[in-house]
Design a protein around this ligand. Structure first.
Ligand SMILES: [Zn+2]
Ligand SMILES: [Zn+2]
Length: 167
């Protein structure tokens, strides 16, 4: 009774091996299919995303740019209302004044603008350039509003007292 059981054992293990081989081949086949599908889908997705991205950029460029540039910049009226001063070591003896846009110190007889609210100062040209596209102080982000000198409030005019043209 021994030989048949041994051969059936052999047959059995051969079947098991064969079964595993089939399973592995099938799995490999599935994996390969999944892989190519995924690659194709990824390619498609990238193409769709790329198209979407360019479309969005185009929209922003064509629709929003003119509007935002207009609304972001400071009105010329407001800019003109900011107090002007001419820097000189004599009139500003205790403070070294620095332009908050170009970060260089004011030199003798350079003209500048000062923000009444936060007292930050700019070169006149630097402020023109900055407020063309912004409406807040570059240093502290305080919104700039039209400046109306009020003689009853000495705090606001303290820094413009030395203005050569007077107030
Ligand atoms: Zn400057
Ligand atoms: Zn400021």
């Amino acid at each position: 009774m021994e030989p048949p059981s041994a051969s059936s054992n052999l047959l059995y293990s051969a079947l098991v091996v064969l079964f595993f081989v089939v399973v592995i081949v099938f799995a490999l086949h599935l994996y390969a299919r999944w892989f190519t599908l995924r690659a194709r889908r990824r390619q498609l997705l990238a193409r769709v995303r790329g198209v979407g991205r360019t479309r969005v950029v185009f929209n922003v460029d064509s629709d929003y740019n003119p509007a935002t540039t207009v609304s972001r910049g400071l009105e010329a009226r407001v800019l003109r209302s900011l107090p002007l001063f001419t820097y000189s070591a004599e009139t500003h003896p205790d403070s070294v004044m620095e332009c908050v846009v170009c970060l260089s110190e004011f030199e003798e007889n350079e003209s500048g603008r000062i923000l009444p609210k936060c007292k930050h100062s700019f070169h006149t040209e630097c402020s023109d350039m900055w407020f063309y596209s912004h409406s807040t102080c570059p240093l502290c982000r305080t919104p700039v509003e039209e400046y109306k000198p009020t003689p009853t409030n000495p705090g606001d005019v303290a820094l413009t007292i030395h203005e050569p043209r007077g107030l």
